[in-house]
Ligand binder design. Structure first.
Ligand code: DX5
Ligand code: ZN
Length: 225
C-alpha cells in the first residue's frame, strides 16, 4: 500500500493568519494541505476560492489538495489549476458529465479525484478507474468541520480498497471527516492511505504532537496487518 499521507483541512485554521497556519502545519509534519471549497448551493456553507488558493501557494511547496463542494464544477477547475492546486476532487452528483470533468482536471495539469458522500453509492467508479488519481470518501456529510465520524464509512473504505487493489492502479484512498487520534487506526486498517483532519489538528495547541500521534496510530495499523 502507499505510504500514509496526512492532509490537514484549513477549514479549521485561523483564516486571519492563513499563510502562517499553512507553514506551521507543514513544518509540523503534514504532507499536504486540504482546501475545502463550499458554495452555499451544493453544500450549506460558503468558504474559499481560487484567490485564496493563489494566496497560500507561495507559503508552501506541499501539494494543495482541493476538495470542491460546488455545483456546477467545470467552470472553476481551470481557475484552481492556475491558482496552484495540485489535486482537484469533486462530487459526482455535482457534475453532469463525470468523465469529462475528470479529463478536464488532468488536462489542467492536476491529479483528479472523485468524492463520495456517506450516502453516495460506489457505482460511479465503474467506468472511470483509469481517469482517477484519488478517491475521497466522506465520513461526514459535507459542509462543516468538527462533525462526528460515521462508522458505516469503514465498510465503504474496505470496499474501495479492494476495488483499487483489483484495478492494479496507483489510486490514493483519502478519507475526510471526523478523523481523530483515537479513530485513525481503524480507518487505516480498513484501507485508507490519505487522511484529512481539520478540527483534530487546528484545534490543538501543538500541531506536531497530533500529527506524530496520528502517524504512530497508522503505523500500528500496518503492523497489525
Ligand atoms: C467537510 C470538509 C472536511 C472538514 C473536516 O465538508 O470536507 O474537510 O474540514 O473537518 P474535521 O476533521 O473537523 O471533521
Ligand atoms: Zn474536505
Amino acid at each position: 500500500m502507499n505510504p500514509a499521507r496526512i492532509s490537514p483541512s484549513i477549514l479549521s485554521a485561523d483564516f486571519a493568519r492563513l499563510g502562517e497556519e499553512v507553514r506551521s502545519v507543514i513544518d509540523a509534519g503534514a504532507d499536504m494541505i486540504h482546501f475545502d471549497v463550499m458554495d452555499n448551493h451544493y453544500v450549506p456553507n460558503l468558504t474559499i476560492g481560487p484567490l485564496v488558493c493563489s494566496a497560500i501557494r507561495p507559503h508552501t511547496q506541499a501539494p494543495i489538495d482541493v476538495h470542491l463542494m460546488v455545483k456546477p464544477v467545470d467552470r472553476i477547475i481551470p481557475d484552481f489549476a492556475s491558482a496552484g492546486a495540485n489535486i482537484i476532487s469533486f462530487h459526482p452528483e455535482a457534475s453532469e458529465h463525470i468523465d469529462r470533468t475528470l479529463a478536464l482536471i488532468r488536462d489542467s495539469g492536476c491529479k483528479a479525484g472523485l468524492v463520495f458522500n456517506p450516502g453516495t453509492p460506489l457505482h460511479y467508479l465503474d467506468h472511470v478507474m483509469d481517469r482517477l488519481d484519488l478517491i475521497l470518501l466522506m465520513s461526514v456529510n459535507p459542509g462543516f468541520g468538527g462533525q462526528g465520524f460515521i462508522p458505516e464509512t469503514l465498510k465503504k473504505i474496505a470496499a474501495v480498497r479492494s476495488r483499487i487493489d483489483q484495478s492494479g492502479r496507483d489510486i490514493w484512498l483519502e478519507v475526510d471527516g471526523g478523523i481523530k487520534i483515537d479513530n485513525i487506526r481503524e480507518i487505516a486498517r480498513a484501507g485508507a492511505d490519505t487522511f484529512v483532519a481539520g478540527s483534530a489538528i487546528f484545534g490543538a495547541k501543538n500541531y506536531s504532537e497530533v500529527i506524530a500521534a496520528m502517524r504512530s496510530e497508522i503505523q500500528q495499523a500496518s503492523e497489525a496487518m
